[in-house]
Design a protein around this ligand. Structure first.
Ligand code: ADP
Ligand code: ZN
Length: 765
């Protein structure tokens, strides 16, 4: 440093401090702060912490000019040259690594891909409770400091003290404090006093605590796998044995035996001493599938939201020690610290609940694929209605493959599906009926046969439609010909397809009629009321987010259905998923219009999945499952594919449309939401951002475009105005490149309060 020209005061100070002799070589740790900052920082490792500062442990470091102490994840340690300008790590928080090298690597990928600061990403991978106590318990053992009589010399001995000394004399190996107190009946103060006097020695050490037991061994089914199942298992096991990364879509209708394939593939992996992770969607956790799966394994861990912090952290530690070998759980289970992972299974891979709704906004399925790639293991994606992304990937990428299970195991046919056009049906009877006569008859027959019915309506409460009281002609969107929805707050009629609005007409639009318009509602609550009038004897239950406030409610609902205390269950999508009850013979879809789904390019896909899923609930045990699908918008192509159980036809059709319009999977999206307490500021910032990104894309000759900005669907949230825009890029690497450069140039502050970035959004709501 001696000869260099010094210009700024800051550099002068730095030069004064770092004399040439100050240059040293030693361990330097790079850390990612848990605060929302977008880079990592270097600190030296002081001698007394050498060996304790390692990647994947948390440390405390001085930060900023004042040297405020802040927590951070250590991400690497290496010998480097440093000068005394570098400050030392102040403290190490964890007594063992919370993240292995491969999980750190996964975290780095997530931070980059999902535009989230690394420290925050790593923190999200480790449940909060584990960060407090890493699966250890503190044990205090007592023994005599000196031997026998000598110990007692010079100490006044009460009866209790005497008893403690005698007990410890009999146990020279030492006793835990609890055992000692129990054996002698002495108080804690007695032991403390003896320790003070130097008679008793208390040692504190930490030892692994046992994790909760999730094993519920059940009886093994008697059947053999059929030929297609066997082939599927062999294929997956071969990949696992070769330690080869592949993504396998296991495509089969419900009841085709996918679960049995998971179980056998996982067992093969366990047999060679490795571990497996099985992911299930949120809704499934309290349902039968988890129970069924858990009963098939030993050393199983179930990660769910009902675990207490301590249970979670003990479970995590037991997984890390390799004691729990099968991990079953929702999103966060993908970060389970399995030491030698052999297989990952993602059941119902198309489920939207796999997307994390807070930063890092990761998609669990995609993280699973990445983890499998880093670990060199296969990942199995199971579904009857795969996401179009996955379906398309099987045609596009060499490391994807499709295995089909073509039929229901039982040889039972798929349920018959019948279509009712509500527009026609409305005219046939007096009054407003949400249930057509066909639907009513089917329910009646089901009840008479002593069986159960499930009704689905993807809308809770009441939703309002308009129609003529005289000729029953509905108020339709002039552009889309679907029912307009009456919005109480604005008094406008709105089309949920194209979002066009109009003032509510005063009279029937058919000029030859001119009748008065009436409102009628459609929602789960309204259906329940109609059912109670039409089937006064039936035991009716309703399941939607208004009635299912806690998971116990959901469990009760399931139990009532299982024990046949419910005859008719009506509900939103939560009745469509994961239920398997033999006595459910009839399923009704009250309204299958895609306009009832979200205003989103995935509306058709969602509708197809939902109808297929709910139809799969009918006739699981006996032949003759029956489904009635009603619609207010006629038979759309989506409905006709759903009615024929034709996923492949649907996928071809829908992918054709997506390709034409350039939506995923033919492009990648990132959604950017700007919020501000001032509406004008929010709009102005969104406009500026959109312009900035557009010119950036042009400048860098990146194929892509900005859609919007527009007011977000939830335009006003917690007193903030929200504007959103979509960045659309040709593929993932171009989207990543775009986002990274924007982030680097501080165009996007991914961590800021005002800007939210969601890469690969699953819902544009
Ligand atoms: P999916 O996961 O595709 O819905 P499951 O694996 O749950 O299908 O299988 C459906 C039903 O068929 C279950 O009751 C299961 O026990 C049974 N099953 C699965 N495989 C066989 C088989 N090879 N022989 C007989 N029954 C089977
Ligand atoms: Zn319209």
């Amino acid at each position: 440093m001696g000869g260099c020209v010094v210009s700024t005061p800051k550099e002068i100070i730095r030069t004064l401090w770092s004399e040439p002799g100050d240059m040293r070589v030693g361990p330097v740790a790079r850390v990612a702060l848990l605060a929302p900052v977008d880079k990592d920082y270097s600190y030296t490792v002081p001698d007394e912490l050498a060996g304790q500062v390692e990647p994947g442990r948390r440390v405390v470091v001085p930060f900023g000019r004042r040297g405020r102490r802040v927590p951070a994840f250590c991400v690497s340690v290496a010998d480097e040259q440093w000068t005394s300008t570098l400050r030392p790590v102040a403290e190490v928080l964890d007594d063992q690594r919370l993240l292995s090298d491969s999980l750190l690597e996964l975290g780095r990928w997530m931070a980059r891909y999902y535009c989230c600061p690394l420290g925050r990403t790593l923190a999200a991978m480790v449940p909060a409770a584990i960060r407090v106590q890493s699966g250890f318990r503190t044990v205090r053992t007592c023994r005599l400091a000196r031997t026998g009589e000598e110990a007692a010399k010079g100490v006044r001995l009460s009866a209790q003290r005497r008893a403690v000394i005698d007990c410890l004399t009999a146990h020279p190996e030492g006793l835990t404090i609890e055992a000692l107190l129990e054996a002698t009946g002495a108080g804690r103060a007695v032991v403390t006093a003896l320790a003070k006097a130097g008679v008793v020695e208390i040692r504190t050490h930490r030892e692994p605590a046992p994790a909760p037991d999730f094993d519920r061994p059940g009886t093994e089914p008697a059947f053999q796998l059929n030929r297609t199942q066997r082939t599927a298992v062999e294929r997956i096991v071969a990949m696992a044995a070769e330690r080869r990364f592949r993504a396998v879509l296991l495509f089969g209708v419900s009841g085709s035996g996918k679960t049995e394939v998971y179980v056998h593939a996982i067992r093969a992996v366990l047999a060679v001493g490795r571990q497996a992770i099985l992911l299930v969607p949120e809704i499934a956790l309290t349902t039968q599938i988890v129970e069924r799966l858990t009963s098939r394994f030993r050393d199983v861990a179930v990660i769910h939201s009902g675990l207490t912090g301590t249970q979670r952290s003990l479970t995590w530690a037991a997984i890390a020690r390799g004691e729990k070998r099968v991990v079953i759980g929702t999103r966060s289970a993908i970060f389970a610290p399995c030491p030698d992972l052999g297989l990952i299974v993602v059941d119902e891979e198309q489920e939207g609940s796999y997307k994390n709704l807070q930063a890092p906004r990761f998609h669990t399925r995609d993280v699973a694929i990445k983890r499998a790639q880093l670990a060199g293991v296969p990942v199995v994606l199971g579904s009857a209605t795969p996401s179009l992304e996955t379906w398309h990937n099987c045609d596009r990428y060499r490391h994807f493959e499709r295995i089909s299970l073509p039929a229901r195991i039982s040889g039972l046919p798929m349920p018959t599906v019948e279509f009712v056009d509500l527009r026609m049906a409305q005219g046939e009877r007096k009054g407003v009926h949400l249930l057509s006569e066909r639907m009513e008859q089917a329910i009646r027959r089901t009840l008479e046969a002593g069986q159960q019915a499930v009704l689905l309506l993807n809308r809770r409460g009441y939703a309002n439609y308009l129609m003529c009281s005289r000729c029953r002609h509905p108020v339709l969107c002039p552009r889309c010909q679907v029912n307009m929805v009456f919005h109480q707050t604005t008094g406008m009629a709105v089309c949920h397809y194209c979002q066009s609005k109009m003032p509510v007409p005063t009279k029937c639009e058919d000029s030859s009629c001119g009748g008065k318009l009436i409102r009628w509602g459609m929602g789960t609550q309204r259906v329940e009321e109609e059912l109670r009038v039409k089937f006064p004897e039936a035991r009716i239950a309703r399941a939607d987010s208004d009635t299912m406030l806690r998971s116990e409610h959901y469990e009760d609902m399931i139990r009532a259905l299982a024990e046949r205390r419910t005859d008719i269950l009506v509900g939103t999508q939560m009745v469509a998923k994961g239920l398997d009850f033999p006595a459910v013979a009839f399923v009704g879809v009250v309204n299958a219009d895609t306009s009832l789904a979200i205003p989103d390019f995935r509306a058709s896909e969602r509708t197809f999945q939902l109808i297929t899923q709910v139809a799969g609930r009918a006739g699981r045990a006996e032949a003759g499952g029956h489904v009635v699908v009603q619609s207010l918008a006629g038979v759309s192509p989506v409905l006709s594919f759903a009615i024929r159980h034709d996923y492949e036809g649907f996928a071809r059709h829908e992918l054709g449309i997506r390709r034409q319009l350039g939506w995923p999977p033919f492009s990648r999206l990132a959604r950017v939401v700007i919020s501000h307490t001032s509406r004008d500021r929010a709009r102005a910032e969104a406009n500026a951002l959109a312009r900035g990104i557009t010119s950036f894309l042009a400048e860098h000759k990146l194929a892509g475009q900005v859609l919007g900005p527009q007011a977000a669907p939830l335009a006003q949230l917690r007193n903030c105005y929200r504007y959103e825009l979509l960045i659309q890029a040709a593929d993932a690497s171009r989207l990543l490149e775009t986002l990274e450069t924007l982030r680097h140039n501080k165009v996007l502050k991914p961590s800021g309060q005002q800007v939210m970035v969601d890469v690969d959004p699953v819902s544009l709501q």
